[in-house]
Ligand binder design. Structure first.
Ligand code: BTN
Length: 264
């Protein structure tokens, strides 16, 4: 693997990240992280792999994770204050990755709840998973998958996915990318830890393209709801004004621009 983990560790600043544990190949870094020791010492540990054989996305979708081509890693968080704001950890990760892309002069945007897009194609996906005992969350694992140096994608993904190399036209240094993302993550995590939830969602909204747009939300049960995105709450829920004028908040769903509204 071409990432020098010791160098990355040495280049971490101010940092929430306490350790980085590297594997050549795992089924899923999220799974490895979830199985990892659930005590407070695991707070801030990163699990990274060069390849995932069973990388997972939301709604149990597969996440294409070929060897050496991307960044596939999970951050373990086992100490937090307000459990009801826990979904903002996905936002924290999104802000950190998006800021890193912007510093590379790549004009990405955030798509609720967990994607980073470049011209409507996905360049990064985030999946937060929880481990609880009883109704107490013991640990949150924030999994981040970034398409870095793929030249091409399998046929079924081609239309929806893009890599940094596709955009920049040259290979991107994964170690530098990882270092910057982890440093940015620590900065945003500090806000979360200081309970500055409004600030987090405020920054997130600024990077979101679909605010005030007509969209369709597809729920996991197949239902489709049309409306206008009017806000994101402090807890990361999407606020939708439906076509009948009623207002509803959603915690999850697949959102896309309502094509019908583009025709008028
Ligand atoms: C999505 O877009 O639905 C989320 C994709 C998340 C992929 C990352 S890669 C590292 C971590 N391990 C996994 O199995 N999934 C996440």
């Amino acid at each position: 693997m071409d990432i020098d983990i010791d160098k990355v560790k040495g280049d971490l600043q101010n940092n929430f990240i306490t350790d980085i544990i590297y594997f050549d190949s795992v089924a899923s870094t999220n799974q490895t992280a979830l199985n990892f020791d659930s005590n407070s010492r695991s707070n801030g540990i990163v699990i990274i792999a060069d390849e995932q054989t069973k990388g997972r996305g939301r709604l149990d979708r597969k996440w294409f994770s070929p060897k050496g081509k991307g960044l596939w890693f999970s951050i373990i968080i086992s100490s937090f204050k307000d459990i009801e704001y826990i979904n903002l950890l996905t936002f924290i990760a999104g802000l950190a990755v998006n800021k890193t892309f912007k510093s590379m002069k790549i004009d990405t945007d955030l798509k609720w709840p967990n994607d980073i897009m470049y011209k409507n194609k996905k360049i990064c996906g985030i999946l937060a998973q929880f481990k609880s005992t009883g109704n107490k969350v013991k640990k949150v694992v924030v999994g981040i998958g970034i398409n870095v140096n793929q030249d091409s994608f399998p046929v079924d993904l081609k239309k929806f996915s893009i890599s940094l190399k596709n955009i920049k036209g040259n290979k991107v240094d994964r170690a530098k990318l990882l270092t910057e993302i982890l440093n940015n993550f620590s900065i945003y995590f500090k806000l979360f830890n200081n309970k500055e939830y409004k600030k987090v969602t405020g920054m997130w909204k600024k990077e979101m393209k679909l605010l005030n747009k007509n969209v369709v939300i597809k729920k996991s049960n197949g239902n489709r709801i049309n409306g206008t995105v009017i806000d994101i709450t402090d807890k990361g829920e999407l606020v939708l004004k439906k076509e009948d004028g009623s207002i509803k908040t959603y915690i999850a769903g697949d959102i896309s621009i309502d094509k019908k509204s583009l025709m008028v």
